[in-house]
Design a protein around this ligand. Structure first.
Ligand code: GLU
Length: 437
């Protein structure tokens, strides 16, 4: 297999000018990954900035009254990568050290993800630099409403549609929708997706990402002739994506032997009690305190022997340090950007030992069902859960087959194939529309 070249192209003048705005290792990773694809697709240098650099990047200061009567300001961001194929689409992330570079990298990755799945969207991402666990519910509501209010001039159901991501959930989306609607004097459910079902959300959105991960893992297992009843899995992250993935794996007969979140890590080679862990996390907000006997070193978790490894938390956790030691058969990337380009090169050199389901394919279930929610809101016609599942599986199936076909035809890693399909579609749309004026 041809290993991806990770040198990246030289930085262009515009690239250099934007380095201060979009700084940090995650943006650098997105940039380098893009140039690997651009080299493979032989995209001329002068076309690359137009495809890579975000169209819009907005920073907003969000002041709120704290519970103690003081005033605090939290920085909010929104990056809209390209508006060539329709509105932009992507989650909002609440994390203490969030910055423009990370948001831009995630927005770019959303573009390739949406294009690969065939959705009529460009990518976006946003969020607030805040630790959601450090605020009261009232403070969190104030930050969320203020963030949406500051962004009203820049978003819209046909402009940019937000959704949940790390640190946000259905409640956050309900606050966004309500704030936007109050300013418009009418209910605009289609302004965000990932809302509660009772507030214009769709059935199956909350579970969509995890279910999509497991559907694709099933396809990978078929190819590797592994049977779920004999397979083991390790899941890093126990938020929406990690917990639904673990639960769905168990329902398919897979033994989940390791799980971690930002507070603790557990391992049991006989299989963990995932339903009990979900109950514990619902009650306490995290996994801390679940068990003292099963506690495990989180640094060791990813390199334990298992069939299916699912990083479903942070970016950049599979690195050149642990990539040579991964002992899984399938790496299912539930998180965005969990594998660094250096680790990718090592995995490619390991020559098919690890079957990678790249992030933009593996976790696409979330945005696919967000698209269904948006369509249903626009039409005010709601689907049943089997309809949602069936359509989701069909889209994932098509994307999976396309990636496999491309990877086998051109002898390239799955990530290269997946990203190339996405980049090509965006490139074609830009070429067809031409350059205005
Ligand atoms: N935040 C999710 C992602 O990274 C979902 C985005 C969406 O539903 O728009 O794919």
């Amino acid at each position: 297999m041809r290993a991806p070249v990770v040198s990246g192209a030289d930085k262009s003048a515009t690239d250099r000018q934007t380095m201060d705005l979009f700084s940090g290792p995650f943006f650098e990773q997105a940039r380098r990954q893009f140039h690997v694809i651009a080299d493979y697709l032989e995209i001329p240098d002068d076309e690359r900035d137009r495809l890579l650099l975000p169209k819009r990047a907005v920073a907003v200061a969000c002041p709120i009254h704290r519970d103690d009567g003081t005033t605090a300001v939290f920085m909010g961001y929104r990056v809209q990568h390209h508006l060539t194929m329709g509105p932009t689409k992507g989650g909002t992330r609440y994390a203490p050290d969030l910055h423009m570079g990370e948001v831009a990298a995630l927005a770019i990755s959303m573009s390739w993800k949406c294009a690969l799945a065939g959705l009529p969207y460009g990518g976006a991402k946003g969020g607030v630099a805040v630790d959601p666990h450090a605020l009261s519910k009232r403070e969190l509501e104030a930050v969320s409403r203020r963030y949406m209010q500051e962004l009203i001039p820049f978003v819209g159901a046909k402009v940019d549609v937000m959704a949940p991501d790390m640190g946000t959930n259905e409640q956050t989306m309900a606050w966004y929708m309500d704030t936007y609607s109050m300013y418009h004097g009418q209910t605009v459910t289609e302004i965000v997706t990932g809302k509660p079902v009772g507030a214009g959300g769709t059935v199956g959105r909350r579970e969509a990402t995890g279910r999509g991960v497991v559907h694709l893992v099933g396809r990978a297992m078929e190819r590797l002739q592994l049977s779920p009843g004999h397979a083991t899995a390790i899941v890093q992250g126990f938020g929406n994506v990690g917990s639904v993935t673990a639960q769905t794996l168990v329902q398919q007969g897979v033994k989940v032997i390791g799980v971690s979140d930002h507070t603790s890590c557990y391992f049991d080679k006989n299989g963990l009690d995932i339903p009990a862990m979900i109950k514990h996390a619902d009650l306490h907000g995290c996994l801390r305190g679940f068990s003292s006997e099963l506690e495990f070193d989180p640094h060791e978790l990813l390199i334990q022997k298992c069939d299916i490894l699912v990083p479903a938390a942070m970016e950049r956790v599979i690195t050149e340090k642990n990539a040579p030691h991964l002992k899984c058969r399938i790496l299912a990337e539930g998180a965005n950007g969990p594998t660094t380009p250096e680790a990718d090169r090592i995995l490619a050199e390991r020559n098919g030992e690890v079957f990678v389901i790249p992030d933009i394919l593996c976790n696409a279930g979330g945005v696919v069902v967000s698209y269904f929610e948006w369509v249903q809101d626009l039409q005010q016609l709601f689907w049943t859960e089997p309809e949602v599942r069936d359509r989701l599986n069909r889209i994932l199936e098509r994307a999976f087959q396309a990636v496999m076909h491309r990877a086998e035809r051109d002898h390239v890693p799955h990530r290269t194939a997946a990203m190339a399909i996405g980049v090509e579609k965006v490139r074609r749309a830009k070429q067809t529309r031409g350059l205005f004026p």
